[in-house]
Write a protein that binds this ligand. Structure first.
Ligand code: PLP
Length: 429
C-alpha cells in the first residue's frame, strides 16, 4: 500500500498543527502508523490522498450511521448553505430538529443545541450543579464525556491510548469534585452516594460505554442507578453522544426503558456536522438562561447547516425497520467474528450491541475499565495494521468501537470477516 502523499502531508501538518492532528487519537501512535489523509468518502468507503480505498468502520467515530455523502443529507446541507450559513438568530430548522429530538428521546421535554458533545456534557453538569446547589459529580472509570476539566479523570480512549491518567492544566480544585467509580459496580455507587450524596449534583454515565471499547451495562445496573439517584435527589445524566439515535431511535434509554433526568446528545444528530445537544425534563431545562439563572450560550449554536443535516439524517432513521435491519446485520456480523476467533484459537472477546462492537484481545469477559485494560494493545496494533493493509479501516485504538452503518453492504461485512480471519491466522502464527 502506497501512502507517500499521506506521509508528506503528515510532515507538513505537524509543522503547523500540534502532533499534525486536530484530535489526538487520529495520530495513530498506539498502532504505530502514519495517519491517512482522507480526500473523500462515499457510502461505507473512504478514499485517501494516495488513491487507496478502505471499508470504513470508524464512521467519523459514530455520526455517519447512514454512511458518507448520503444524497439526502448532502442535498439538505447544500440547500441550507444556499440560504446563508449563520445568522446568530433563531431559525425554523432549530424548531424542527428540537421537535424531532423531543419526540424521539423518551425523557427529553426540552432541548438546547450546542456545537459538540463536550459542550453538551459540560453544560449538562453546570445545569445539574445549578439546580441542585451541589458541587460533586460522579462518573465512571473508562467513560469519556468530552474534554471539559471536570471529566478528565480515568476518561477512556484518547487518554488511555496515549497513557495519560488525567491532564496537566486541569486544576486539582476542579477534579476534587469529580468522583470516578468502577462501571457496573452498584456497591461502589451506593457507598459513594451514602457517603457524599448530600453533596453530589449528578451521576453521569455512558449507558453503554463506548470509550473503553464497547462495554455493556450489567443487567439491572442502570435501573439501580436510577433508583439510587432518585432517592437522594441526585440527577441522573445519560451521555448518549454515541448511543443516541444509534442503538434505537430513542437511544439507550428507549432500549433499556430507563428515564434519566438529563440526556446529552451529539454525533448522529448533526449528520456529520459539528453539533451537540442537552435536554431533559422541562422543569430542569427551564433553569437555563434566559428563562433561568444557569448561563450557557453559543455564537454558532443551532447552526442552520448542522440543523439541516440533522433533520435529513433523522428522517432517514425514521424509515420503518431501519434499526431492526441495521442491528440484525451488525449482530450477525459480530457472531460470525466470534466464530472466526474460535476457529483461529485466539483469545478474543467481542462485545457488541446493536451496530456497535469492540474486539478485545483478551481471554476474560470485559465488563469495566479494569478488565478492558487487560487487553493486549500490542496485538491490537498488529491486527490494525494487518486490516489496514487489506483495505479495512478500524479505529486506531483498542479502546474504541467499530460502527456498522446502513451503507455497509453484505459484501463489506464479508470482507471484514474474511480479512479478520486472515489477520487472526497471521497473529496466531
Ligand atoms: N460523550 C461521549 C460518550 C463521547 O463519545 C464523546 C466523543 O467521542 C463526547 C462526549 C465528546 O463529544 P465531542 O468530541 O463532540 O466533543
Amino acid at each position: 500500500m502506497k501512502i507517500a502523499q499521506s506521509e508528506k502531508m503528515f510532515e507538513q501538518a505537524a509543522k503547523v498543527i500540534p502532533g499534525g492532528v486536530n484530535s489526538p487519537v487520529r495520530a495513530c501512535r498506539s498502532v504505530g502508523c502514519t495517519p491517512l489523509f482522507i480526500e473523500r468518502a462515499e457510502g461505507a468507503t473512504l478514499y485517501d490522498v494516495d488513491g487507496n480505498s478502505y471499508v470504513d468502520f470508524v464512521c467519523s467515530w459514530g455520526p455517519m450511521i447512514l454512511g458518507h455523502s448520503h444524497p439526502q443529507v448532502v442535498a439538505a446541507i447544500r440547500a441550507a448553505a444556499g440560504g446563508g450559513t449563520s445568522f446568530g438568530a433563531p431559525t425554523p430548522a432549530e424548531i424542527t430538529l428540537a421537535e424531532m429530538v423531543v419526540e424521539a428521546v423518551p425523557s427529553v421535554e426540552k432541548v438546547r443545541f450546542v456545537n459538540s458533545g463536550t459542550e453538551a456534557t459540560m453544560s449538562a453538569i453546570r445545569l445539574a450543579r445549578g439546580v441542585t446547589g451541589r458541587k460533586k459529580v460522579v462518573k465512571f472509570d473508562g467513560c469519556y464525556h468530552g474534554h471539559a476539566d471536570s471529566f478528565l479523570i480515568k476518561a477512556g480512549s484518547g487518554l488511555l491510548t496515549l497513557g495519560i491518567p488525567g491532564s496537566p492544566g486541569v486544576p486539582e480544585d476542579i477534579v476534587k469534585n469529580t468522583i470516578s467509580l468502577p462501571y457496573n459496580d452498584v456497591n461502589a455507587v451506593t457507598q459513594a452516594l451514602d457517603d457524599e450524596g448530600h453533596d453530589v449534583a449528578c451521576v453521569i454515565i455512558e449507558p453503554v460505554a463506548g470509550n473503553m471499547g464497547c462495554v455493556l451495562p450489567a443487567p439491572g445496573f442502570l435501573a439501580e442507578l436510577r433508583r439510587l439517584t432518585a432517592e437522594r435527589g441526585v440527577l441522573l445524566i445519560f451521555d448518549e453522544v454515541i448511543t443516541g439515535f444509534r442503538l434505537a431511535y430513542g437511544g439507550a434509554q428507549e432500549l433499556f426503558g430507563i428515564s434519566p433526568d438529563l440526556t446529552c446528545l451529539g454525533k448522529i444528530i448533526g449528520g456529520g456536522l459539528p453539533v451537540g445537544a442537552y435536554g431533559g425534563k422541562a422543569e430542569i431545562m427551564d433553569s437555563i438562561a434566559p428563562d433561568g439563572p444557569v448561563y450557557q450560550a453559543g455564537t454558532l449554536s443551532g447552526n442552520p447547516l448542522a440543523m439541516a443535516a440533522g433533520i435529513a439524517t433523522l428522517r432517514q432513521l425514521q424509515q420503518p425497520g431501519f434499526y431492526q435491519e441495521l442491528n440484525d446485520r451488525a449482530t450477525r456480523c459480530a457472531e460470525r467474528l466470534r466464530e472466526v476467533a474460535k476457529r483461529c484459537g485466539l483469545p478474543v472477546q467481542i462485545n457488541g450491541i446493536g451496530s456497535m462492537m469492540t474486539l478485545f484481545f483478551c481471554s476474560d469477559p470485559v465488563t469495566d475499565f479494569t478488565s478492558a485494560m487487560r487487553a493486549d494493545t500490542g496485538l491490537y496494533a498488529k491486527h490494525y495494521r494487518n486490516m489496514l493493509s487489506q483495505g479495512i479501516y478500524l479505529a486506531p485504538s483498542q479502546f474504541e468501537v467499530a460502527f456498522i452503518s446502513a451503507a455497509h453492504t453484505p459484501h463489506d461485512l464479508e470482507k471484514l470477516e474474511k480479512m479478520t480471519e486472515w489477520s487472526f491466522k497471521n497473529l496466531a502464527d
